[in-house]
Every structure is written in C-alpha cells, then in structure tokens.
Design a protein around this ligand. Structure first.
Ligand code: GRF
Length: 229
C-alpha cells in the first residue's frame, strides 16, 4: 500500500532527493506528504519546496523540552495524515511519545554497519578504529539510539593503503549505497513485506515470480582484496 511518508531531515537531504526521484519514477510506492526539520536552514527543506512538498520546521533550541518539540512535529504530521516516518539525516534523538505514535513505522539510516559504530561520529570512529569494512544500515527506530531491528545493510571498504581514507571520501562511498538501500527498505515496507519478529526483521517473499532470497555464492566483500596464494 502506498506509504504516506513524512521525512525528518536536518541537513543536505540527498536521501530525501533519492526518495523523491524514485517515487516519481514509480519505483517507490510513497507519497511524500511532509518534510520536517529542526533546522530551518536545512537544504533538505529547500529541496522539498522545489519538489512541491509541504514542509514544517522550527528551531528545537527554543523549546523547553524534547517532548514539546516532538509534540509539535506530531501535530504537523497528524494534520497531513502521514502513516510512516523516515529519518534521513535527522540529527536529534526522538522522544518516546513520538516513537510510540508510529509503532513499526519509523525507519532510520545510519552510516555504519550497526551494531558497530553507533552515534554521531560513526565515520570518524570507523576510520580511527582501523576497520576494514563499514557501510550503512537501515533499521526500525526504537527508544535507544541506532539500536532497532535491522532491515538492510550494505558493506563498504575502508582503504588504509595506497589511498588514505578520510571522512568525506568514506561518506561519499557509503552514501552511494544509502541511496540504494533506503528506498529499497521503504518499498518493502510499502509492499507489507517486513515482519518484525522481536529483534529480527523477516523479509517476506515478493508477489513477483522469480524472487530469490538467498545471496549468490561469492557475494561476500573482502578488504583488502584477497591475493592469489
Ligand atoms: C547520512 O549519511 C545518514 O546515514 C546519516 O545522515 C546522513 C544524511 O545525509 N544519518 P543526507 O542529508 O541524506 O545527504
């Protein structure tokens, strides 16, 4: 069923741009009814306006509490009747009442392979740690940060050898995959194919013939690459 989607974004909005594009192409069954931000200067808001999508924003710092701010967002979302919320670079923790208002209907994307490197510095943390693989994760949102059940992940290599990695390069490499896995997760939600089973998410088979759930042989990612030995 077509999602009535509210998107929360604090920054650039490249994930939002992907949702808009895919929805227009008919590849994502979503009607993006509202884009909300805690940063009235967020480029994501301008992107939404240009696409003819309604926006709501306010500076969270003028509110007495997180709950007060979230209550206003909830009211704005209720006015447009959204049934699903996608966090796309929303840099605030949501209050419990907000999360409880959309059980099993809030997704987030995080730029690391959770449960590794949660939090706001995941790119730097992965680089400092010397991780060989990181990536991105789409997960359901629960009341702990970067913690809810995982829907889909993509692994991306980190390069420590010939080309020294930095946060910007790693982020660009990760975002290429964010823009693929996040619309996919939303489309699965639209198709009613994500079943929450405790901490796990089961992907139900597609109604389309030819759906294969198992990964092809040799699909693993190794970094640095294996040499012949
Ligand atoms: C993404 O890297 C996402 O994983 C993180 O915030 C960033 C948002 O990017 N939560 P954009 O604003 O969608 O370009």
């Amino acid at each position: 069923m077509t999602l009535k989607l509210a998107v929360l974004a604090s920054g650039r909005g490249s994930n939002l741009a992907t949702f808009i594009k895919r929805a227009r192409q008919g590849r994502l069954e979503a009607d993006i009814v509202l884009v909300l931000s805690n940063n009235p200067a967020a480029p994501a808001l301008e992107l939404a306006r240009q696409a003819g999508i309604a926006t709501w924003s306010d500076d969270h710092r003028v509110y007495g509490s997180r709950e007060d701010f979230d209550r206003n967002m909830l009211e704005a979302i209720a006015r447009v009747g959204a049934d699903t919320v996608a966090l796309a670079g929303y840099m605030r923790i949501l209050s419990a009442p907000f999360i409880q208002a959309f059980p099993g209907r809030i997704l987030n994307i995080h730029p690391a392979l959770l449960p590794a490197f949660p939090g706001g510095h995941s790119l730097r943390d992965a680089l400092d740690y010397g991780a060989r693989l990181s990536g991105c994760s789409v997960h359901f949102v629960d009341e702990k940060m970067d913690n809810g059940p995982l829907v889909i992940q993509a692994a991306v290599p980190l390069y420590n050898e010939e080309q020294q990695d930095d946060e910007a390069r790693l982020h660009a490499r990760i975002q290429e995959y964010e823009h693929r896995i996040y619309p996919q997760a939303l489309q699965w939600l639209a198709e009613g194919r994500l079943r929450l089973e405790g901490r796990k998410v089961r992907l139900l088979p597609s109604a389309q013939p030819g759906f294969v759930l198992s990964a092809p042989a040799g699909a693993g990612l190794v970094c640095p690459p294996l040499e012949k030995f």
